[in-house]
Design a protein around this ligand. Sequence first.
Ligand code: CP
Ligand code: NVA
Length: 304
Amino acid sequence: MKSFLSIQDCTSGELKELLTLSRDLKALYKSGKRDTCLPGKVLAMLFEKTSLRTRVSFQVAMADLGGTAIYLKPEDIGIIGKREPAKDMARVFARYVDCIVARTFSHETILELDKWSHEPIINALSDWSHPCQAMADILTIREHCGDLTGLKLAYIGDGNNVARSLAFAGAKFNMQFVCASPTGYELEAETLAAANQILPDCASQTHDPVEAVTGAQVVYTDTWTSMGQEAEKTQRIADFKGFSVDETLMQKASKNAKIMHCLPAYRGYEISDGVMESKNSIVFDQAENRLHFQRALLKYLIVK
Ligand code: CP
Ligand code: NVA
């Protein structure tokens, strides 16, 4: 595996290896030991959009492993391809650094960087997908729920980048995935079909949040308005009425269903404050695991 662009592109074997490495490195670091396997290695981080978790966890992970990270913020690079073509940027960066993390609007930009870079490219979120998030989520679910096989994850909200990566991650790890969205905001049929091709009948879509959470061990949500969609915010708030993960909805899920959110969370919209702060909320373990997964991913891709 040269790069980490989407869950769909990875084999189940590769994803399992990454999960095991995340678990092992997490245990090592928790025990106070260090795996400084990347001395002298440099990571470039090209971000067209803002970030807290992804940016900081990649920088910390690189420092933990003995390497260095250079962060280029949205103001530094603007939209990739605007000042100079992505294919030129990719070839320049690949001559300076050992790995490139990119957060972009268009997923095509990630693919273009990968096509032209001889060094690994990591997708740190595009409008299409957020694979690092989904893998940290799988690590978190395994820690809290044990065996993943047959677990039901109900995703309530926008059929967006996060939902799409979760659908594929669910399929790769033998889980059931259901997405409940208002009309017009569903995951496209192609994604569900592709997930179902990986694992038959594992992914489905509904317009009914109660139906989705019934029998679910994990209830997941994300913002109704993703980065780049700010102009649609008022319309989206109106359209997503009835799709909040709140106390009333959680009464319909399995008794001890875990609550997940990739963050940032908008309390009072996609999630209530009470649910976010409840004892079954694992959102901060989830955020922490971004670091543990990304440490593993950097080691996996850079130590060839
Ligand atoms: N969940 C996530 O990717 O957060 P950031 O946008 O803060 O990186
Ligand atoms: N769907 C959100 C995820 C943020 C981590 C967005 O793309 O803005």
